[in-house]
Write a protein that binds this ligand. Structure first.
Ligand code: NGO
Length: 463
């Protein structure tokens, strides 16, 4: 694709309203941008940040005006200023020249998420932070951490030390290649770093299935009290907590309370997926006791959409993921007033291969080339689940095949920017050809920053 002169509309996610002022530009210095990002107001260097509304901009919207004499960024709340600075950063990339005009912008959905699976492969605090810095450029505002699974347990739980000593120890993770865990201090560090970037951390402890690591550490949690062997393969659906044991609920409540105390954000994700080794009635009985617990500790529960088979307490959020399950009860949950996060695996699972030759990732939900991640409307995906019922859109990245940060980046870029635009930009403002041109501009930036990405022929074919 041939480079063109910078345009005010060269932003991902596409802003709601862009009114260019031809022939006007303003040049910013990297230092001025950094000070703007730090929220210094007035930031100097010709950039002024103002928390002066208007209220219509909502919690995250902003208004940006670029004239020959400077930049004025306004928002009603600080998050709006932060997202406006991300827009400025994209526009300034390279030479610091900002095209003149006005942008007015606010998100379609309140929840725009990315998930990282620390259980199948652990990533350190510094790696998570670096990843987060790349995500916020696209106005992602929720970081979902999948902290536990069959192959590992990655969060310290006081009183249950073997969870992390064994479940985070050597030989954990897929192929035994991803040991490690977060102490509560590490977790607090990640949460604070995210909060400074207006990102809410959503911790997930998967239950009642996907718990082999917990059962290995504490055999008293198995149905018959017998030890089970550690597993590092990528099978799913074989492990479960014992719905009929009181020990189970004491354990679960401790975990949920620990999580609630450590998490300032409103959500606790309790998993609930693929509990294939537990009778359906036990599954429902377990959830009827456990789903109210986040509420008891002042939080809202999120669960993968299988939880829709149970009665859902008010405030529970259902995260849709399995493409073939079009009628998994999600519509009934919506009728009952529950909100939905859209994560259909055949559109937004970042761990699906881009094409048949992709050396990383899985393909159980099919191949997910970039256009597939982009060209869909979350409000049309499930019958009975329309715009009003949607809290937002989230892109999970499961780490069975990942062994490094470069692997994470390769599957994330350029698909995450596509999903970020699905979550931010109104449907009528989205267009694949336009996205393709805009995302192409990121190649030199990612290369300069040492960020690995998939050079998709859908985007860079015309080079
Ligand atoms: C499924 C499964 C995960 C896998 C993932 C791989 C959900 C919600 N449960 O998604 O355990 O890692 O697929 O794509």
């Amino acid at each position: 694709m041939r480079p063109h002169a910078k345009r005010l509309s060269d932003v991902i996610p596409a802003p709601v309203l862009v009114v260019p002022e031809p022939d006007v530009t303003f040049t910013v210095t990297p230092d001025a941008l950094a000070r703007a990002e730090a929220g210094e107001s007035p930031a100097g260097g010709g950039i002024s940040l103002e928390l002066s509304g208007p209220e219509e901009l909502g919690a995250e919207g902003y208004r940006l005006e670029i004239t020959a004499s400077g930049v004025t960024l306004r928002a009603a709340q600080r998050a709006g200023l932060f997202w406006g600075v991300q827009t400025l950063r994209q526009l300034a990339a390279g030479d610091g020249v900002l095209p003149g005009g006005v942008i007015e912008d606010r998100p379609r959905f309140a929840y725009r998420g990315a998930m990282l699976d620390l259980a199948r492969h652990f990533f350190t605090v510094d790696e998570i932070k670096a990843h987060l810095d790349l995500l916020v450029q696209f106005k992602i505002n929720h970081l979902h951490l999948h902290l536990t699974d069959d192959q590992g347990w990655r969060l310290e739980i006081p009183g249950w030390p073997r969870l992390t000593e064994i479940g985070g120890g050597p030989g954990t993770g897929c192929d035994g290649a991803g040991p490690g865990f977060l102490t509560l201090a590490d977790y607090a560090d990640v949460v604070a770093y995210a909060a400074e970037r207006f990102v809410t951390v959503v911790p997930e402890i998967d239950m009642p299935g996907h718990v082999n690591a917990a059962l290995v550490a504490y055999p008293e949690l198995t149905a018959d009290g017998q030890p089970v062997a550690p597993r590092t393969d990528a099978e799913v659906g074989y492990s479960s907590l014992a719905a009929g044991k009181e020990e189970t609920y004491a354990f679960v409540e401790t975990v949920i309370k620990t999580l609630a105390d450590a998490t300032p954000g409103p959500y606790l994700h309790l998993g609930g997926d693929e509990c294939l080794s537990m009778p359906a009635e036990d599954y429902r009985a377990f959830l009827s006791r456990v789903l109210p617990l986040p509420g008891k500790y002042g939080k809202r529960a999120i669960g993968w959409h299988e939880i829709a088979a149970a009665g859902l307490p008010e405030g529970t959020v259902v995260q849709y993921w399995r493409p073939e399950q079009q009628d998994a009860g999600v519509d009934a949950a919506v009728t009952a007033g529950r909100a939905v996060i859209m994560s259909p695996a055949d559109r937004v699972y970042l761990d699906m291969k881009y094409d048949a030759d992709t050396r990383l990732g899985l393909d159980w939900a099919g191949l997910v080339p970039v256009r597939r991640a982009y060209d869909w409307d979350p409000a049309l995906r499930l019958p009975g689940v329309t715009e009003d019922a949607l809290l937002g859109v989230a892109a999970p990245l499961w780490s069975e095949t990942l062994r490094s940060v470069a692997d994470v980046q390769f599957l994330t870029f350029p698909r995450l920017p596509a999903v970020a635009e699905v979550g931010w930009t109104p449907q009528a403002g989205r267009d694949w050809e336009s996205f393709r041109e805009r995302v192409a501009l990121f190649a030199p930036r990612w290369e300069a920053a040492g960020v690995s990405y998939f050079r998709s022929p859908e985007i860079w074919a015309a080079d």
